[in-house]
Design a protein around this ligand. Structure first.
Ligand SMILES: [Zn+2]
Length: 191
């Protein structure tokens, strides 16, 4: 009998690249970490130019980070946001972040794709903060899939505060550099 399993873990650079003790007060500080994760992920050749992090909203405590590991992990769903959410829930031993007892927020270096917006919904975070715009990712060929204005409205109507465009230029610069460098565009679908 074949017994399959999947292992998701942080690249080795996370140990030195992330300060778990620091408190993050502002959206800009939190986004700065997400962008740094996206940059380090490319620099260390462990994935695509996207970073994310989950924080406790009340204290600014960093709970988990995420980085795109699609190519490295042979896994089309290992986007930065999904990795951050999975790691946060694993660390807190909860099946979503609402049952953790405190409000949590997801910071992503780029507007989430269709899957990650879905994962954001199921994670029950109460805030979503985005950096680069979908157009910035599309410019080098990354597709977000079926994301519509209604997708954001749906989340907002269910109590998720959404902030977009935080440090957009810095976040986009990492993505553009990846494109200029000939990085793999994993979800480029030819029609
Ligand atoms: Zn995604």
């Amino acid at each position: 009998m074949v017994r399959d399993s999947i292992r998701v873990e942080y690249p080795a650079w996370v140990e030195k690249g992330v300060d778990w003790q620091r408190r993050y007060a502002t959206d800009e500080e939190k986004m700065g970490l997400a962008i740094e994760l996206s940059r380090l992920n490319v620099q260390h050749q462990t994935g695509e130019p996207f970073g994310a992090a989950v924080f406790r909203s009340d204290s600014g405590q960093l709970v988990a980070v995420g980085m795109s590991q699609v190519a490295l992990g042979h896994n089309s769903v290992l986007h930065a946001e999904v990795v951050a959410i999975m790691m946060a829930e694993q660390r807190l031993q909860v099946y979503n972040l609402r049952v953790a007892g405190q409000p949590h927020e997801l910071i992503s270096s780029c507007d989430p794709c269709a899957m990650c917006l879905g994962a954001t919904h199921w994670s029950a975070v109460t805030r979503l903060v985005c950096g680069a715009a979908r157009e910035d990712a599309q410019r080098i060929g990354f597709d977000e899939g079926p994301v519509f204005p209604e997708s954001y409205t749906y989340l907002a109507e269910r109590g998720v505060e959404i902030v977009r465009g935080v440090l957009r230029e810095q976040a986009s610069a990492v993505i553009q550099a990846y494109g200029t460098g000939g990085g793999l565009i994993h979800n480029l679908v030819k029609i």
